[in-house]
Design a protein around this ligand. Structure first.
Ligand code: ZN
Length: 147
């Protein structure tokens, strides 16, 4: 079994303590609530899309270090990407944390620190909550709950 230290790498702890883009976006083009009942993580994701480019993305909420770090790193990875690229990155990130599929794009987006999550099935929802919530915000849905 992998050591817990592998999961809580320094970058995850850093982003968990000091999340980036942790703020409200006034006049966001989309926003959604995400809830992970398994862990109690709550996130609210804001996204601003101009044309088909994500020009700003942020989040608020509270949860475990992994959920906050994942949201923080997600906002950094997505800014300036098209919505189609965001969708591809979502799929690649999902492949990364579940250990299935092609995760090369997520790794290139500096999201590979979450690869260790694949060893801890209960944590996969913590790591993917913000991404599911972003997807809901882009699709015009108000809320998403992981199951
Ligand atoms: Zn969590």
């Amino acid at each position: 079994m992998s050591d817990l230290r592998d999961l809580y790498q320094e970058v995850i702890l850093d982003h968990g303590r000091q999340p980036r883009n942790f703020r409200v976006i006034e006049g966001a083009s989309g926003e959604a609530d995400g809830y992970n009942p398994l862990c109690g993580d709550k996130v609210h994701v804001y996204v601003k899309v101009e044309g088909d480019v994500v020009t700003d993305v942020s989040f608020t909420g509270d949860g475990c270090a992994i959920s906050k770090a994942s949201a923080s790193l997600m906002t950094q990875a997505l800014k300036g990407r098209t919505t189609a690229e965001a969708e591809r990155l979502f799929e690649s990130f999902h492949a990364l944390v579940t250990g299935q599929g092609d995760s090369a794009e997520a790794a290139a987006g500096k999201l590979d620190v979450f690869a260790g999550v694949a060893e801890f099935p209960a944590r996969v929802k913590c790591a993917s909550l913000s991404w599911h919530t972003l997807r809901a915000a882009l699709a015009g849905r108000d809320a998403v709950t992981t199951e």
